[in-house]
Design a protein. Structure first.
Lengths: 499, 499
């Protein structure tokens, strides 16, 4: 190891410790913290982040990175670390302190305003806050810099290396490819499965989820499953990966599929290489890649007929009254039924990306100065008509439904769609390499899939950017085709369609 | 506010945030953390403490403290803050880095050695570790400095301002005062209460404890009750005070009285003044004072006949089978029965301080160079014979029973006894000021006591050193007499003795 690397390493370790601590503060806040602790926690978190920011922007780091850029004896993980750290260092040092603080302050107030405006559908009350945020995000993008397009600077924070041109191409391929499926599938009458409306006992739901996440490979010696209003997963550290689901006030399927989804995230975190735990190269390379794992376990595994056939008898053991009469086919149809909906978080596999396409188009137009915040509500409603053939009756179920814009993470939405597309492409590749993969699922055995993910994706961490890793895994360029094919196959079989 | 104070305040706020974060890391480790998270957590904690240490020992703090020492316009809370911070700053800057690191390293290894030596009663295996610790603790005491006695420098870390001379006087007053009680009470045959051996359902125990801590005034909007193998309380921050008890593998009384004890700690933390939350002056002044609150709620309230008479019917609602036939008198006798025991943590109110007196004598002798570590086991066994009239059959139930010495907190034990003595003295004072106080307990009403504690003790935080605060509350010097009188009254009534 080189002299410069030996000087950088303890700094990386300290940053890793601070990030791990910050992750615990957030996790605890979302899962356990008593309400009156909020003010103190906000301050502790801000203090910790300010310390981490100061450590990251220490000019000594810039000098070490320059030295290391000239080294040619670095290992792969070291080179990747230098690449990622340089991106983070440049971004952190380019942003004026004043802008960072203003963004934190403005989004704090805007989030509060959004929570008040949404229930009463009052876009006008939220509008000035969003206008200020868009203005600051433009400043932020300009300070960071970009090659072709301002929006790229924002996208790059969540999906490093990805550009709006690529995302635009992906969405048009997707919407074109899915158009015949959407027409054929969403025209059908909605099936009514009575067992979806059953009263499932919360304790039994918890027992089920605890059992299932372990079945899928989640290591409870190195992680936890808890509850929170919005399910999420947090890698506190390598031996401490925490996921949540929810039981109260939701149906069995919501508890179950949230747990499967989060297990996908958690398995990824638990599969990161221990020897790189302190290196930026040892982390997940992008939000889209992270989402690919959760989506794959939720959809390609969890909604696969082989898997639901295995799962149903286990559910019946706990819920004989509620599920006793459900047939394997009914159960599979129930967890795969698409519908036109207004709300993104309730959308199914087929329509989900159409919700995201709309948000991406609107964000792009905002940051190209082609759309004013004041015109967002109309643009939203028209976009819903175009993409999904439905029109919101209120802003609460329209332009105000998501919290993302209020907290200033413009550029994040596309990673959800990238995740679903990566998931389908990876799963198709895994199937082509692992004979009879889905047959394993009939026995509840997902171990060959997990091994494949471990060796092809998890163990690579951030050696490569997400897109490059995907190309390596797929042995060729990444596209929306596997996802479109996957959905066509699914609905063709389910509804006997010729698409 | 002065210029120097305005410069100090943000530093105090940052230190408070770091301390709060460290408290959460410890709490999570003891309550929730998955086993494989231990290594990462140890590092995060060390990093956080190292940052806090660097902030505290910044020479700028020393300069500000000097400026503020010369100010005469400071408020009471500011003056107290300067006094406490100066003590902390001096101690932190006097200790050589090498010694701090060596102590951390040596105690880490020694604790591990102790966990291995205790089950097999192998003092010889632990001896070299303890010898090294005592050597380093002497160095530490010498570096910090003291007026009369080396041990004072250690004691002072946990009970600021208290000296060994005072503790010695307290223990001799205590052992002399209690001698006739001990002779009279411990000579009696042990009563056998069958209901103490009942199988109490863990879920019902939890339901009971959750209800009881709220009855006593614990604010669950600003705190939590969880479980851990060793019950403890941690003030993460003002609106976030967390206590634990345990249900599994212990009897009902252990769950119950641990919860009442910890509630005493928690009420103290929840009663600290919000406006001083970031100031050293706004914290609890000593470990002994903290323990005074837990002991008072556990013993003076929880084992009082008026309280147990109120509690028993509530217990019977949940545990009809197990407790249905217990009379109020039997129940009260059961939770107040003293006995000669070998183990400190199982000791009752009467004998507990005798266990502590022994540990204090041994620690004092070690640090006066009057006793060698090698001679500790014999000295222990002789001391047990002298104080309690029993002799351990093994080192596991003798000199190796406590973890304290292995983690290097020599000087801590006396605070347990100080706590019990403060508790009795404060309670006697409260009774003298609040007419018919214990009659309130017959209705489960402890609100007048809590108000009295809030106004006389909690709200004062660290305006004064513990001893001075006690004198103010008591309106005169603090002594062991109220505690001795309290126990004499208790056992006179219980066993119809003439003591």
């Amino acid at each position: 190891m080189t002299h410069a690397w030996n000087q950088l390493l303890p700094r990386l370790q300290e940053l890793a410790d601070l990030n791990s601590t910050a992750a615990l503060l957030y996790w605890d806040q979302a899962v356990l913290m008593p309400p009156k602790g909020a003010a103190g926690r906000a301050r502790s978190t801000a203090t910790l982040e300010s310390i981490a920011h100061n450590r990251l922007t220490d000019p000594a780091i810039g000098e070490l990175l320059n030295e290391l850029a000239a080294e040619d004896s670095l290992e792969e993980s070291q080179r990747a670390t230098v690449r990622i750290l340089k991106r983070e260092y440049d971004r952190a040092t380019k942003l004026p302190d004043k802008l960072v603080k203003e963004l934190a302050q403005v989004t704090g107030v805007a989030y509060q305003a959004w929570t008040e405006a949404k229930p009463i559908s009052d876009f006008a009350a939220f509008q000035p806050h969003l206008e200020k945020i868009v203005e600051l995000k433009k400043e932020q993008a300009d300070a960071i810099g970009f090659e072709r397009e301002r929006y790229d600077a924002l996208l790059d924070m969540y999906e490093p290396g990805m550009t709006s041109t690529e995302v635009e191409a992906m969405f048009s391929q997707l919407t074109e490819g899915l158009a015949p499926v959407v027409d054929a599938v969403l025209g059908r009458a909605r099936e009514d499965h009575e067992f979806l409306r059953g009263e499932y006992n919360d304790g039994a739901k918890e027992q089920l989820c605890r059992w299932l996440v372990e079945q899928l490979g989640f290591d409870t010696e190195g992680g936890r499953l808890d509850t929170s209003p919005h399910p999420f997963t947090s890698g506190i550290g390598l031996g401490d990966v925490r996921q949540t689901t929810r039981y109260a006030n939701v149906g069995l399927m919501e508890s179950l599929y949230a747990a499967i989804h989060e297990t996908g995230h958690a398995l990824y975190e638990q599969g990161l290489p221990a020897e790189w735990r302190d290196l930026p190269a040892g982390q997940v390379p992008s939000f889209g890649l992270h989402e690919s794992q959760s989506r794959m376990w939720e959809n390609q595994v969890g909604r696969n007929r082989c898997f639901t056939d295995w799962l149903l008898p286990h559910l019946k053991e706990l819920f004989e009254n509620e599920l006793g009469t459900a047939t394997p086919e009914e159960f599979h149809r129930a967890v795969n039924q698409p519908q036109r909906s207004l709300i993104r978080v309730e959308a199914d596999e087929l329509t989900y990306n159409l919700h995201i396409a709309l948000r991406f188009e609107l964000e792009l137009a905002l940051f190209r100065d082609e759309l004013a915040v004041a015109d967002l509500p109309d643009a939203w409603d028209e976009g819903m008509e175009k993409h999904l053939g439905v029109r919101p009756k209120s802003h609460a179920e329209g332009v105000l439904q998501d919290m993302h814009w209020s907290i200033g993470i413009q550029g994040y939405f596309p990673t959800y769609s990238l995740g679903t597309l990566y998931a389908a492409a990876f799963f198709a590749k895994a199937e082509s390499e692992l004979d009879g993969l889905t047959d394993d699922f009939r026995k509840g055995d997902t171990s060959r899939l997990l091994e494949w993910l471990r060796s092809n994706i998890h163990s690579k961490a951030s050696l490569y950017e997400a897109k490059d890793l995907a190309e390596k895994v797929l042995g060729g360029p990444f596209s929306a085709t596997p996802f479109v094919d996957y959905l066509k196959d699914k609905y063709r079989e389910l509804y006997d369609l010729s698409i």
